[in-house]
Design a protein around this ligand. Structure first.
Ligand code: PEP
Ligand code: MN
Length: 263
């Protein structure tokens, strides 16, 4: 059902009136994890000032180590909702288990399914049965075909509002955190009718590569770019080294919009 041969026209995902996949790149910025109301609000104000409509932030953090910050859970969802109510932004946040899904729905606008859960088939099926858009991230060791099949799990249950997100794959290269598979973008655009995002933060893990990889993403036809922003990355409880501060975010956004306007 996700195949372009079954549906030649692009799927346009609607997030509270904001259209994703209509030819104008969309942006999802926000902190790695929700840490406090003040932290989320600071980023939200900066997003809002740019005329953007979505904010990300993890309340449930699937961390590699059990000793790392696991997120605020429901409390984090409540913080996101409060900021959304005050700013009008739409919330993109990761859900890691089917048992959290129903409760989360009243707080969030887009269900993110993370790389580590790309083949959590029960979660995919549950997300397929709800009436909210899903942003599905590619597993770090998933082939494009496996990624497409994960989206198929969602759509096969009825939910057609799916966005794919390339976020880097695991290779022997250590210069970047993951290897951004840029050719996945045009392949996914050719083979499916779904909007495709590129997460430049988790793919590179390097602040100095966010702008060039975002440009590359847009140049190869991505429908959106995701990147992490934190008011004070040095004290962030997760992904401290790779999040932009607000000043870097302003500069990043200025440069990427200039790039879009001149290409
Ligand atoms: C995230 O976007 O917060 C995240 C954990 O990314 P990924 O699932 O791609 O590792
Ligand atoms: Mn992160």
């Amino acid at each position: 059902l996700v195949s372009r041969t079954k549906k030649p026209e692009d799927t346009i995902v609607d997030v509270n009136g904001h259209k994703i996949g209509d030819g104008h790149p969309s942006f999802v910025f926000g902190p790695c994890a929700v840490e406090s109301y003040e932290q989320v609000l600071a980023v939200a104000k900066s997003i809002k000032a740019k005329g953007l409509t979505m904010i990300r932030g993890g309340a449930y953090k699937p961390r590699t180590s059990p000793y790392d910050f696991q997120g605020l859970g429901l409390e984090g969802l409540k913080i996101l909702k409060r900021v959304a109510d005050e700013t009008g932004l739409s919330i993109v946040t990761e859900i890691i288990t089917p048992s959290h899904l129903e409760e989360a729905l009243e707080y969030i606008d887009v269900i993110q399914i993370g790389a580590r859960n790309m083949q959590n088939f029960e979660l995919l099926k549950e997300a397929g049965m709800v009436n909210k858009p899903v942003l599905l991230k590619r597993g770090m060791s998933a082939t494009i075909s496996e990624f497409v099949n994960a989206a198929e799990y969602i759509i096969s249950k009825g939910n057609t509002e799916i966005m794919l997100c390339e976020r880097g794959i695991r290779t022997y290269e250590t210069a970047t955190r993951n290897t951004l598979d840029i050719s996945a973008v045009p392949i996914l655009k050719q083979e499916t009718h779904l909007p495709v995002f590129v997460d430049v933060t988790h793919s590179t893990g390097r602040k100095d590569l966010l702008l060039p990889t975002a440009k590359a993403a847009i140049a190869v036809g991505a429908d959106g770019v995701m990147a992490e922003v934190h008011p004070d990355p040095a004290v962030a409880l997760s992904d401290s080294a790779q999040q932009m501060d607000i000043e870097q975010f302003d500069k990043f956004y200025e440069e990427i919009t200039r790039f879009m306007n001149t290409h």
